[in-house]
Design a protein around this ligand. Structure first.
Ligand code: F0G
Length: 351
């Protein structure tokens, strides 16, 4: 049996680390690529889900964070800071603990899911809720990292994208080649950039013979790249991707154009439907933002943007447990009964 050693050890020769880099890891990566039978049937494609919610802190952010924190420690940092819609802060907080660093996080007040808030707090991060958007938080953290001895670990930190590109390696390693199409949600636009880097690298000198078309999906109320202009007041139920001015905007456009792909908008209604589909037909519990990848695939198929029979990977970026409030509010209220098997049988419509 082979034991997964974390993505830095698994892909060391393709990452900017040396023997002098202290590897800070929670054994992230190595996530399952799950065949999606129902989504495949609906689309006539061979669809697989890259389930990134199974990373140590429940999102793909751990891939970038193991790199960013390891490099920060190598450079002698004592403190790190990030802006976040929730997942980055959860990941930064956990890896900072691992490394013995202090961690500061700025989040938009009232706009991050409960589980993510809990993670930052339980790991002891210094959490500031800002009366503003994610974009405001990112601008503030950039300024703070320029003025004070605190390292920025948002995806504008190049080591983040280096770590995140390994997800593309894992997909090629699992499938034997790159898929035809790769779908994923787009927020700050780091992840689509990182996947494209990974696919390019693996097709240049690795096991892939081709590269996928990259299809990125923004929420329609927070779709600056689709609109071609920043969105001042982004709104969407998918709070993780509630971003109006993505840091990796140009790089995401390059990934789109070089791959012959597209970046499109999906509505909150489409996102909510895909969330439910994944939970109730695939048995995969993801957060709302993650469902944008599948919502987008369904839309792209309807528009003829994806051909019949293609091999498609959808990245589902975060775990559904991050946002219990949304899950519960959309489900029927549970029935309460006394300690009575017959009452249970009645309620279950067995009797
Ligand atoms: N899905 C989830 C669950 C996310 O948390 C994010 C980004 C994305 C998709 C979009 O990825 O930004 O690389 O385009 N979350 C960041 C955060 C912004 O602060 O946790 P992206």
């Amino acid at each position: 049996t082979r034991v997964w050693r974390g993505l830095i050890e698994e892909y060391r020769d393709r990452l900017p680390v040396t023997t002098a880099t202290p590897v800070v890891t929670l054994l992230e990566g190595g996530t399952p690529l799950v065949p999606a039978r129902r989504v495949s049937a609906l689309t006539g494609c061979d669809v697989h889900l890259k389930v990134e919610g199974l990373n140590p802190t429940g999102s793909f952010k751990d891939r970038g964070m193991t790199m960013a924190i390891s490099k920060a420690v190598e450079a002698g940092a004592k403190a790190v800071i990030c802006a976040s819609t929730g997942n980055t802060s959860a990941s930064a907080a956990a890896y900072a603990v691992r490394a013995g660093l202090t961690c500061a996080v700025l989040v938009p007040r009232g706009k991050i899911a409960m589980g993510k808030l809990a993670q930052a707090l339980v790991h002891g991060a210094k959490l500031l809720q800002v009366d503003g958007s994610f974009d405001d938080c990112l601008e503030m953290t950039r300024k703070l990292s320029e003025s004070y001895p605190i390292a920025l670990v948002n995806s504008v930190n190049p080591y983040r994208l280096q770590g995140q590109k390994t997800a593309a390696f894992e997909i090629v390693d699992a499938l034997g080649d790159a898929p035809d199409v790769h779908c994923l949600p787009v927020g700050n636009a780091g992840n689509i950039t990182a996947y494209w880097m990974g696919y390019k690298e693996y097709s240049a000198d690795g096991p892939a013979t081709k590269r996928p078309r990259m299809l990125g999906f923004q929420a329609s109320g927070a779709a600056p790249i689709v609109k071609g202009a920043p969105v001042t007041h982004p709104h969407t139920i998918a709070t993780a991707i509630r971003i109006g001015n993505p840091a990796s905007w140009r790089l995401a456009e390059a990934a789109r154009d070089e791959s012959g792909g597209a970046i499109q908008a999906v509505t909150d209604r489409q996102i909510a439907a895909a969330y439910k589909l994944l939970a109730q037909e695939e048995g995969v519990f993801v957060e709302l933002a993650s469902a944008a990848s599948v919502a987008g695939l369904l839309q792209a198929r309807e528009q003829g943007l994806v051909q019949d029979g293609q091999r498609v990977v959808c990245t589902v970026t975060g775990n559904g447990l991050k946002d219990p409030d949304w899950a519960i509010s959309g489900a029927p209220a549970p029935v309460t009964i006394s300690i009575d098997a017959h009452a249970a049988a009645m309620a279950l419509e067995l009797a």
